[in-house]
Design a protein around this ligand. Structure first.
Ligand code: ZN
Length: 186
């Protein structure tokens, strides 16, 4: 029997640990109470490889693609990346503040990084995500809701919802109905 994944010391046991330097402490009194879904692919619209890991570790090889030179100096991160295979990588411990949301607000609370967990799906706005990604995302979200119970289905949002006009991810191809139905159903 495979060991069921769990969250121990704010780390997902099934994730590959790939620490990012791009994080800081959450402000005192900030409760983990929002889940933000993103997408990323590097180069854009290309999947596979380890460029996302390199980007979140500030070691993206800027000579490998013209786009990399534009973004290589950004210091960003997310707590988790779910690759096309469903494999999960963790970059920042959940109790720490990852740098994924940028200028953002949810229900009049600004700076969503302070109180959210960020999950990147390897993908882009206009191509479907894989069924393995949904399977992993649903499993991980259930674990996060158990461990951080202020995260509820109405406090799971896309980046586009907390930074409207500035961000579009996870895009129209992300199947919110399937995802939320699976979270709340059997
Ligand atoms: Zn995003």
């Amino acid at each position: 029997m495979p060991v069921q994944p769990s969250i121990e010391n704010h780390l997902l046991t099934s994730a590959k640990w790939c620490p990012s330097p791009n994080y800081n402490h959450r402000p005192s009194g900030a409760n983990i109470s929002l889940l933000v879904i993103h997408n990323i692919s590097l180069p854009p619209r290309q999947f596979g490889g380890e460029y996302i890991e390199s980007f979140f570790q500030n070691r993206l090889p800027r000579e490998d693609h013209p786009y990399f030179a534009e973004i290589a100096d950004l210091q960003v991160s997310a707590h988790l990346l779910i690759k096309r295979s469903g494999e999960v990588v963790q970059f920042v411990s959940f109790d720490q503040r990852a740098w994924h949301a940028g200028v953002s607000s949810f229900e009049s609370e600004t700076n969503c990084n302070d109180f959210s967990i960020g999950i990147e799906l390897e993908g882009c706005d206009d191509l479907p995500y894989t069924s393995d990604q949904y399977t992993t995302l649903i499993q991980v979200t259930r674990l996060l809701m158990q461990r951080y119970p202020l995260i509820t289905p109405t406090r799971i949002v896309g980046h586009d919802q907390i930074a409207p006009g500035r961000k579009t991810d996870p895009g129209a191809t992300f199947d919110w109905k399937h995802y939320l139905d699976c979270l709340t159903g059997e």
